[in-house]
Design a protein. Sequence first.
Length: 376
Amino acid sequence: MSPAVSPRPARPVRFRRAAALLPLLLALPLAACSGDDGDPAPGPDTSSAPVQAPLDPVLAEIAGGSALDIGFAVATERLDEPEYREIVDKHASLVVAENVMKWETTEAADDAWDFAEGDRLAEYARTTGKKLYGHTLVWHSQLPAWVKSLDADAMQEAMEDHVRTQAEHFKGQAFAWDVVNEAIDEDGSRRSDSPFQQTLGDGYIADAFRVAHEADPDAQLCYNDYDIEGINAKSDGVYALVEDLLADDVPIHCLGIQGHLTAGKLPDDLQANIQRFVDLGLTVRVTELDIRVETPASEEALAQQAEDYASVATACLAVEGCLGLTVWGVTDRYSWIPMWFEGFGDALLWDADYETKPAFDSLVEAVGKGRPGRTA
Ligand code: XIL
């Protein structure tokens, strides 16, 4: 087991926030209150009893005291499903579109813009008081064919136009953007199968950030990637990229660590990795957390998954500049994992029947501990 994986505490967590304690205080039997004469009323001695976790925990509320956003990737078409919507309504302080703000949806043909579903999510975020995180502007995947066939001048123009138009459209709504997604290969070099890399060369990343900043100077601009949770060749490559961008005064503000993980295989240096990017001057978010297990899932696998969800939250909370944790989906019923990772699934906090899993409870516990050394 990795050092970053902390064993679950034997005692229930003490929640620091008054809001979290309220239901407990209300539930205390009247007999436990002091009488008018100041003498303690008879009753069980509860002085050493551990504080119970709230019966109906709300993730966003529990995390709020630590200034940690709790996000969910939302499939907008599922918002009409009452159980799905209820969970997002209740537990999210941040939402991100699972698909509908990607290039293939918003600009399927050159200059033919479709923001209908993105607008729907933005409206949902606005009316429910949640942050909207923009995903994503420049990515080799879910990219329409017309872009891939352009020559260098035309592709540069198409990329800049795409970034500008979309960032301007959601200006004042999306507080942050994954400007460039997945541009680095496993060995730390530039992704060789990216049409942008192939046709435009190294400069496209800085260009995308500069145009996004012009279009929406208030937005937080992020680089986002997978397999960069621990310190490894790929995250070293991302680190070098960010260093170069910052040295060239490129407006980059944040790193998205996706967090598509496998239960029992967490890197042991997640916290150190987050810390080194924060030390560079970026904020960091875990942007697409899901922790897959082999299916059908055993109880042991789900227990390991629970521990791993807690470990990720604990690592993020331990670094002040780690500002959010977004889970990539709501229910195992609709997760992308089984379709993309054969033999794996059950990666989320709610099962296919919308029941919470052990991972939910352990995430509540871990988030409830807050940031080390801080009193809320
Ligand atoms: C996934 C979606 O969840 C799927 O519905 C879709 O078919 C493929 O993309 N990295 C990313 C996300 O940045 O946009 C991807 O989302 C998962 C990997």
